[in-house]
Design a protein around this ligand. Structure first.
Ligand code: F6R
Length: 647
């Protein structure tokens, strides 16, 4: 592939996007820094509306904007003078939308939910809203009620009848019971929530309370906006209310919002009144759109080059990282062991981090997944530095690993895309990647942004330890244009995939840093194209995986033209000798590779530490094209959700 396009047409738009992202970060910084904790559970999206307009379209639009949080089922309850209208279904928001009346219902109060199932399979009954025995109370919930089994057994003994298998349903029954005793619905909700252990963001309404909503949170995000006509929109996510208003309040743990058509107040669960004023959201979050792309995934890959360009060129970014490393000189100079931790795709970036810290900064290093770190007996002490990589900053296993490492005295560092996230707040030192919101479930641009910050960190630590590697910063400057070159060739990549659509299995291979890229390529093929795919170090091929080569398989080798290139060519020969199909992803069209590859993808060359940014981009585009040809949903692969906040 060669560089062919100029990005001028795109740039203006992206400049304004970047401005928007920075403003958003600033806004989030000032607002989220006031929040005590987001422990777990950013999965599922909840929304409520009470005001002067029909609730149905407002709730539906909010659900659409939050769908990346979960799409196993969706439901809505609309309250009007006739009673309550409830629709809930297994499946995504579109399925719910098609079951709703085409002329919006009159009701000016309602609640809605989009679900990523934790307790209870995704089906119609387990979809939210959940109600009590008499269908009086309706509740949407995001979080995990940890003591739900105990509560459910006790409630059942007292005669309550449950319909669903969810943990959430206990809330409606607890409130039903409390309302018999308490004067007001808000006191009943407060009483019920005090019995709950775990995390929740809830929006609640009742059949007999006209135009009245209660919302509360503990550990799960929840905020509300006040519209010009005094209507209220309450949601898990800023994006879900941004169509309606920019005047918002972020609820804090243990706080309850009591809202009617034209008034609202906040109190704590213990009854203390809170005086809060709205903050004006300076940016237009509704601009987080696909911008003409068919999917967020391709939009996010496409914009990554411009975002990285601005991030790399950001005034003082390198100096800032150096200064922060210098400020922790003692820690870095006394680090005898470096461990990088991440889950899923971010674990592959952890592999790159560990190789880089060992090879370039000279610190013995290891990479491990968050789930292994939690339970493995690793040697971690005051001389260990542990790096946590997470786009969302909310991945449960990574957070648990962070807390464990801190507990053992390690120096902890986070690299994340989300300011104010748990990892950003709890790590001793946090570096943010400025890649803007990532909506597609499959992570793309955040992978590249992480490798960028990681490489600057390795550069700074290596310098501190007396090893100068100017080639890292020089190579970084070229990366945005090189990424743009690859993206410009996405049609060619898409055409190439067509030949392999009948294959039922893929092997993806690479050596050194490219092993991480190969793993990312295989993960994306599984995640969005549902193609069984395995990744290996190419040197491992003849120790087993070779047995899988058949006319149903293709082998994809990521082999930049480097000092192990010849060895990789021998591995390819081994596949060709057995009539296997081979795709070579490389940096130079050599005669040897041409002679043995069925197809080639040529990408620009950079230093080996940064090469995975480019290889991963090509492999993501390959998987994207594969999934497109197969007609899969791409942004919302089955069974998955964006933030994995449960163990
Ligand atoms: C893969 C993917 C996931 C995430 C993983 C970690 O495309 O998106 O494997 O990389 O769930 O998520 P974060 O980075 O939010 O910790």
């Amino acid at each position: 592939m060669t560089a062919t396009i100029g990005q001028c047409g795109v740039k203006k738009e992206t400049d304004s996007h970047l401005f928007f992202y920075f403003c958003t970060f600033l806004f989030l910084f000032f607002s989220l820094s006031r929040i005590t904790r987001y422990d777990v559970a950013t999965m599922c999206g909840i929304i409520g509306y009470v005001g002067t307009r029909p609730a149905q379209p407002i709730l539906l639009q909010g659900l659409r904007r939050m769908e990346y949080r979960g799409y196993d089922s969706a439901g809505m309850a609309i309250f009007d003078s006739q009673g309550v209208f409830v629709q809930k279904h297994q499946g995504n928001v579109q399925k719910l939308a098609s079951s709703l009346p085409s002329t919006p219902m009159e009701g000016r109060c309602g609640i809605a939910h989009t679900r990523w199932a934790t307790h209870g399979i995704p089906n119609d009954v387990n979809a939210h809203p959940h109600t009590d025995c008499h269908e009086q109370i309706f509740c949407v919930h995001n979080g995990v009620i940890e003591n739900h089994t105990k509560l459910r057994i006790a409630l059942m003994k007292r005669g309550h009848q449950f319909r669903s298998d969810t943990d959430s349903e206990v809330l409606s029954h607890l409130i039903e019971e409390a309302w018999r005793r308490e004067q007001s619905l808000e006191d009943a909700v407060a009483y019920a929530l005090k019995q709950v252990k775990g995390t929740y963001a809830v929006v609640i309404s009742a059949r007999d309370k006209k135009d009245f909503l209660i919302a509360a949170r503990q550990g799960s995000p929840l905020l509300f906006g006040v519209c010009e006509d005094h209507s209220l929109v309450i949601a898990s996510d800023l994006s879900a209310i941004a169509d309606e208003t920019r005047d918002i309040i972020i609820l804090e743990d243990q706080e309850m919002l009591i809202g009617t058509q034209d008034a609202w107040s906040i109190r704590t669960l213990t009854g203390e009144k809170k005086d809060r004023t709205t903050q004006r959201l300076l940016t237009d979050l509704t601009t987080v759109q696909k911008n003409g792309h068919p999917h967020f995934m391709i939009k996010e890959i496409t914009e990554s080059s411009d975002l990285l360009r601005m991030s790399i060129a950001r005034e003082k970014s390198t100096q800032e990282i150096h200064a922060r490393v210098e400020a922790q000189k003692y820690r870095w100079l006394h680090t005898t062991r470096f461990i990088a931790v991440g889950c899923g795709g971010m674990f592959y970036n952890a592999l790159i981090a560990s190789q880089g810290f060992e090879a370039i900064a000279g610190i013995p290093s290891k990479a491990i997944t968050g789930s292994s770190f939690r339970y493995d007996s690793l040697i971690v002490d005051e001389q260990t530095t542990v790096l946590f990589l997470s786009q969302s900053g909310e991945t449960a296993d990574t957070i648990a690993a962070l807390r464990k490492a801190k507990g053992q005295g390690a120096y902890t560092i986070g690299i994340t895309n989300v300011m104010g996230s748990t990892i950003a707040r709890e790590a001793d030192e946090t570096f943010l990647i400025a890649m803007g919101p990532e909506i597609s479930v499959a992570s793309t641009k955040a992978m590249f942004g992480t490798i960028h910050v990681l490489s600057e960190l390795i550069h700074a630590v290596a310098s501190l330890r007396g090893k100068n590697h100017p080639e890292i910063l020089n190579a970084l400057e070229q990366i945005p244009d090189q990424l743009a070159e690859i993206v410009a060739k996405r049609k060619e990549i898409a055409d190439l995939t067509k030949k392999y659509l009948t294959c039922s299995h893929a092997l993806v291979m690479g050596r050194g840093y490219e092993e991480a890229a190969a793993k990312e390529g295989a993960l994306k093929l599984m995640e969005i194209a549902y193609l069984p795919a395995q990744a290996f170090h190419s040197g491992e091929l003849k120790h087993g995986p070779l047995a899988l080569i058949s006319d149903q398989t293709f082998a994809l080798f990521s082999i930049p033209k480097d000092d192990v290139y010849e060895k990789n060519l021998s591995n390819i020969e081994e596949v060709k000798t057995r009539q296997g199909k081979v795709i070579v992803l490389t940096t130079k069209e050599t005669e040897e590779a041409q002679g043995i590859a069925d197809d080639m993808m040529i990408i620009p060359k950079t230093i080996s530490l940064l090469q995975p940014i480019l290889s991963m981009c090509a492999l993501q585009l390959f998987a994207y094209a594969f999934a497109m040809h197969k007609g899969y949903p791409i942004d919302q692969p089955r069974h998955l959700a964006k933030s994995v906040t449960v163990e």
